[in-house]
Structures are given as C-alpha cells and as structure tokens.
Write a protein that binds this ligand. Structure first.
Ligand code: NAP
Length: 301
C-alpha cells in the first residue's frame, strides 16, 4: 500500500491560520502585534528569496515586519550596532540576521549579539542550552526541527516509546531534532539514535526506525530497503540535481530531490514527506510561531 503523504504545505497553512487568529486576537485585546526584523547584508539571490518569503508571511499574518537591507561592505561594528538598535526596540520581538554573512564579518559574533529573548531562529547558545535542558526552561525551538516535530505530531504518529533514527548531526537540524525527540514530554519521549559519516552500518540503524528523520544533504542516500515497513519518514534534504523550465513562468527553476528515494520509499513507508512541499514550508511557519511567542512573553513580564 502506498504511504500517506505528509503535506508540509497543508500543515503549515493550518498553523499559519491559527497564528493569524491569535495575532488578530492579541491586537484587539492588547493593541500590540508581533514585530519581526530580517536583516540582509548584500544581495545573495538565495538569501534575498529567503528573506522575501519570511517578510511576505509576516505581512500576511498581520505582523509589524521590517526588511533591513545593508550593503555587502558594511563593517562588523556597524552591523553590531544595528542588531543592538533592534534589541532595544520594544516594537520588535524577533531579530533575524540572514546567513551567510560576507567573509569579513564574524557570523558567530553577530548571532551571539542578538538578545536571547528576540533570538527567534534559536541559534544563540543560551537558547540552545535551554532547549537541551527542556521543559519550562525552553524559550524557542529552532525552526526546522520544530517544524519536523509538528509534522510528526500533526500527522498522528506516536513519538513516545518510538525508535527515532536521525541521519545527520548538524547544529541546525540533526542535533536539535534528536534533542527535541528525547525530551520527556508530549511529541517526544522517544528512543533516539543519531547516525553520521562515522557510523558503522547505517542501513541497520535505519531499518530499526519507527520514525526516520533524514538530514544529510545527499540525494537518494536512504534506499527503500532501509525503511521499516509502515515507518514515518521525514526527508529534510533539499538537493539541487538539475534545472527545468517552469510551466507557470517559462523560467528555469531548480529540480529538487530529497535524501530519500521518494517513489520507491512511499511503497514501504507508512507516511512520508515529499521534497519539495514537506519540511520546507514548515521552517518559515515556525519562525512566525517563535515571533508570536517572543511577543507573548513580553506581555507576561
Ligand atoms: P550539513 O550541515 O551538511 O550536515 C549533514 C549531516 O549529514 C552531517 O552530520 C553529516 O555527517 C551527515 N552525512 C552526510 N553524508 C552522510 C552519509 N553518507 N552517511 C551518513 N551521514 C551523512 O547539512 P544540514 O544543514 O543539516 O542540512 C541537511 C539537508 O537538509 C540539506 O539538504 C539541507 O539543504 C536540508 N535542509 C532543509 C531545510 C528545510 O527547511 N527544508 C532546513 C535546513 C536544512 P558528519 O557530521 O559526519 O559530516
């Protein structure tokens, strides 16, 4: 039987609708809306497209959203003072610096300068530490891993007691999703294995997974025979494998493939995310959710 396709597009749309209502309600009750600034240095086309998507979504949800474009040759000192300005601005609840930054700027220094209370990407070591401790300590969850958790939970998969295998140990996907899944609590409480290039016998680990999360950046790495029948497969990989002409615009667009051989895997898995249209749409949505949370936290204090 063919797997259920977990549509990130549909789940993201559901969450955005929930957020839109929440934002409208808070505006009516408290007269404030979430504020998000995205700071872009230079004109890298991929980065321009990412920040445009973030700003568009923020506008749609009724946020006060600001796009701050800075020249490629801005000094580190000037960028730090811009971050500081937004850290102090009470109308801004989320500060995001789009990566990558030009080589003359120390990325770590800039990300660590964002106040943890406005660090809606959840890259600041303080927020990473809070996530690791779990429970009440958590301020934000990083966007892609949080989106993965929502996809699993909202598609009805039980994580408690499940064997979760994560392929990849990056700081932005593999490590945090493994950490989120092992916490004691709802949507987690799993037995987690993390595999990487140093792992012996990748296939044997994958075969044990009730929930298989793949974030390696290697097209087709996970073969269909590595999947346990009925497993939930979350394919985080986004790999450009060529170009094609868009039927809509006639322009050349990238052909994207995941880390899992989707067509064959869907005949074995119980549920699977497509690429594109799976994890991708969730990332921006969780950024919006974090910004709403940042604003709500200011109302409490
Ligand atoms: P990354 O920093 O390159 O990390 C990849 C991880 O996969 C590393 O830990 C690496 O192991 C492991 N790996 C690579 N090849 C492997 C192999 N043959 N066998 C076992 N492990 C292997 O990548 P990332 O930033 O986590 O991203 C992973 C993928 O997800 C990329 O395709 C990226 O584009 C995509 N992504 C999508 C979203 C989204 O919103 N949809 C967001 C973020 C990332 P080592 O540590 O041993 O090198």
């Amino acid at each position: 039987m063919s797997a259920k396709i977990i549509s990130g597009k549909e789940i993201a749309a559901q969450i955005r609708e929930e957020l839109r209502k929440e934002v409208a309600g808070m505006k009516e009750k408290y007269g404030v809306v979430p504020g998000l600034v995205t700071i872009l240095v230079g004109k890298n086309p991929a980065s321009v497209s990412y920040v445009t998507g973030k700003q568009k979504t923020a506008h749609e949800l009724g946020f006060n959203s600001i796009q701050d474009d800075q020249p490629e040759d801005i000094s580190e000192e000037d960028l730090l003072s811009i971050v500081d300005k937004y850290n102090k601005d009470p109308k801004i609840h989320g500060v995001l610096v789009q990566l990558p930054l030009p080589g003359h700027i120390n990325e770590k220094k800039i990300l660590n300068a964002i106040t943890p209370d406005k660090d809606v990407d959840c890259f600041h070591p303080v927020n990473v530490g809070r996530m690791m401790i779990g429970g009440d300590e958590v301020k934000f969850l990083p966007c892609t891993p949080a989106g993965i958790q929502e996809l699993i939970v909202r598609s009805g998969y039980e994580t408690s007691g499940a064997e979760v295998v994560v392929v990849g140990r990056s700081n932005i996907v593999g490590k945090p999703i493994a950490n989120i899944m092992l916490q004691k609590g709802k949507g987690a409480n799993a037995t987690v294995t993390v595999v990487h290039t140093g792992t012996k016998n990748l296939e044997e680990h994958c075969k044990r997974a009730d929930i298989l999360i793949v974030a390696a950046g290697v097209p087709g790495l996970v073969k269909p025979e590595w999947i346990k029948p009925g497993a939930c497969v979350i394919d985080v990989g986004v790999n450009r494998v060529g170009e094609k002409k868009s039927e809509k615009t006639g322009r050349m667009i990238p052909i994207l493939k995941g880390d899992v051989d989707f067509d064959a895997a869907k005949e074995i898995a119980g549920a699977i995310t497509p690429v594109p249209g799976g994890v991708g749409p969730m990332t921006i949505t969780m950024l919006m959710k974090n910004t709403v949370k940042a604003m709500k936290d200011t109302l409490k204090s």
